[in-house]
Design a protein. Structure first.
Length: 432
C-alpha cells in the first residue's frame, strides 16, 4: 500500500512539473523551427492529438533520431521479412529521424512524432494505437510513457540499451522515480555487461537485464555500395579523401583548420563534410567559402567537381556510402563534450576511424575498436590533425586499420538474433 502511494505521489509530482513546463516545449519547437522549419509541422502529434481515426498496431517502436533509427533498422527489417503481417507505428522526436524512417520504409509503416511525457498526451497516443508490444531504443526512460504501457499491460522492452556513467549520475535526482519506472519493463537488452550493471544500479531488477550485445554490429551494408564508390571515384580520380562526419557547431572551425593544414602537404586533398544537424548545412557551406575554399554540395552538384575542395553532404541516409568512399573517417561529437557518435558505421565499410577524446556515449565500442587497432583517438584538434597526417602518408597502416575494423564488426554480430528471440513470445501469433 505504501509502495503504491509513493509511486502515485512521485508520478504526480513529476507530471505536475511537466505541465508547468509545457510552455517551454512550445518555445523549444518555435526556436528549433527558426533553425529547421520542419519543427513547425505536426505539433498535434507531439501532444497526442491525431487527425486520423484510431488504428491498432502490433508493434510500436520508438527511436529518438537518425542514430537510433539506424540501430533499430536490423530489427525492423528482420521482423518485416519474417512477419509481414505485423502492423507498425514508429515514433521519433526529430524531423531528421522522421525523414530516415520514411527513407527506409516509406508508407509501409506508420510514423508519428512521439508524444511529450505528459499523462494526457501519453494516454491519447496509447489509446489511439493500442500496441501489442512496445520496443524502445537505447535510453529513453520517460516515466509516464513507460508507466502508461505497464498500466495497459503492454509488454515493453528497451532494446540496445545503453547507460553511461555520466547518465547514471544525471538520473540521480530522479532516481526513486526512475527505479520504479524500470521495474515496469519486461526486459532491458543491454549493449554490454557494463551497461547492464549500471541499469541494475539505477534500480532495475537483475532478472530484467540481459547483456544482449550491440545491434550496431548487425548493420547491413548499403545497397549498391560498389556502384556508389565507382561513381565517386570516376568523379574525383585518385585524389586522397577524408570525411568529417556528424560534426557539431563548435567543431566546425577545427575541421576547417585541419583541412587547410593537411592541404599544405596534399594540395588535391578532398574533404567530405557531413554536419550532424541539417540546419547547419547552409552555414557550413558559408564557412568553407569564407575560408577561401571551393565548395560543392550533394544536392546541387551530386559529385565533387575537379576544382572542389569540400563536398558538403547535405542529404540524409547516405553517410555509410560516403564513409566507404573516404580513406580516413573523423567522427564528430568527440572534440567537444557531446559524447561521440556511431564509430562502427565507418569501421563496417572498411574505413579507418579517428576521433577526439569525448566518447562517453560509446565507451565500450571505442575500447573494442582501439584494442582491435581500428581506431585512433586524439586528445584535441591538433592531435587529431597529426593522426590524420600520419595515416594519409601511410596506406599500409590505413589498410590494416580497415581490416581490423571489418573483422571486429563481423565478430561482433549476433545481438539481432538474440533480440528477436527475446521478444518473440510477446509478438502476436500469425494467423493460421
Amino acid at each position: 500500500m505504501r509502495k503504491d502511494l509513493t509511486e502515485r505521489l512521485l508520478r504526480g509530482l513529476y507530471s505536475a512539473v511537466l505541465y508547468l513546463l509545457t510552455p517551454i516545449t512550445v518555445y523549444h519547437l518555435i526556436w528549433r523551427g527558426f533553425r529547421f522549419s520542419d519543427y513547425f509541422l505536426r505539433w498535434n502529434e507531439r501532444y497526442g492529438s491525431f487527425v486520423r481515426p484510431p488504428e491498432a498496431v502490433d508493434v510500436w517502436l520508438h527511436a529518438v533520431s537518425v542514430g537510433e533509427v539506424n540501430a533499430a533498422a536490423p530489427v525492423v527489417d528482420a521482423l518485416r521479412r519474417e512477419r509481414p503481417d505485423l502492423r507498425w507505428v514508429i515514433t521519433t522526436i526529430t524531423p531528421t529521424g522522421s525523414a530516415r524512417v520514411n527513407a527506409l520504409w516509406g508508407d509501409s509503416v506508420n510514423h508519428v512524432y512521439a508524444p511529450y511525457d505528459l499523462p494526457g498526451a501519453v494516454a491519447r497516443f496509447l489509446d489511439h494505437y493500442r500496441p501489442t508490444v512496445a520496443l524502445v531504443m537505447e535510453t529513453e526512460l520517460w516515466p509516464n510513457l513507460l508507466f502508461g504501457c505497464h498500466d495497459r499491460r503492454i509488454p515493453t522492452y528497451i532494446l540496445n540499451a545503453r547507460l553511461s556513467a555520466r547518465s547514471l549520475r544525471g538520473y540521480s535526482v530522479l532516481r526513486p522515480l526512475i527505479a520504479r519506472t524500470l521495474r515496469t519493463l519486461k526486459r532491458i537488452a543491454a549493449q554490454s555487461a557494463a551497461d547492464a550493471k549500471r541499469f541494475t544500479v539505477l534500480g532495475a531488477a537483475p532478472e530484467q537485464v540481459l547483456d544482449i550485445g550491440n545491434l550496431k554490429f548487425d548493420v547491413r551494408m548499403p545497397a549498391g555500395l560498389d556502384d556508389f564508390r565507382q561513381q565517386f571515384r570516376a568523379a574525383i580520380g585518385a585524389r586522397p579523401v577524408w570525411i568529417a562526419a556528424s560534426t557539431h557547431e563548435d567543431e566546425e572551425a577545427a575541421v576547417l583548420s585541419i583541412h587547410k593544414e593537411l592541404r599544405a602537404q596534399w594540395p588535391d586533398l578532398l574533404l567530405l563534410w557531413a554536419p550532424r544537424h541539417p540546419e547547419r548545412f547552409p552555414r557550413v557551406q558559408e564557412l568553407v567559402t569564407a575560408a577561401g575554399l571551393r565548395v560543392a554540395t550533394r544536392t546541387a552538384q551530386r559529385w565533387p567537381q575537379a576544382d572542389t575542395d569540400v563536398l558538403v553532404i547535405d542529404t540524409l541516409g547516405e553517410l555509410s556510402a560516403f564513409y566507404a568512399c573516404a580513406d580516413i573517417a573523423f567522427v564528430g561529437g568527440s572534440l567537444q563534450a557531446i559524447g561521440g557518435h556511431n564509430l562502427l558505421e565507418p569501421a563496417a565499410v572498411g574505413t579507418p576511424v579517428v576521433t577526439g577524446p569525448h566518447l562517453h556515449n560509446f565507451v565500450e565500442i571505442a575500447k573494442r575498436l582501439k584494442e582491435a587497432g581500428a581506431l585512433e583517438v586524439g586528445h584535441d584538434a591538433r592531435a587529431v590533425a597529426a593522426i590524420l597526417r600520419r595515416l594519409l602518408a601511410d596506406p599500409q597502416a590505413r589498410a590494416q586499420m580497415a581490416r581490423n575494423g571489418c573483422e571486429l564488426v563481423e565478430h561482433g554480430r549476433g545481438a539481432l538474433a538474440r533480440t528477436l528471440a527475446m521478444i518473440d513470445s510477446d509478438l502476436p501469433q500469425p494467423a493460421p
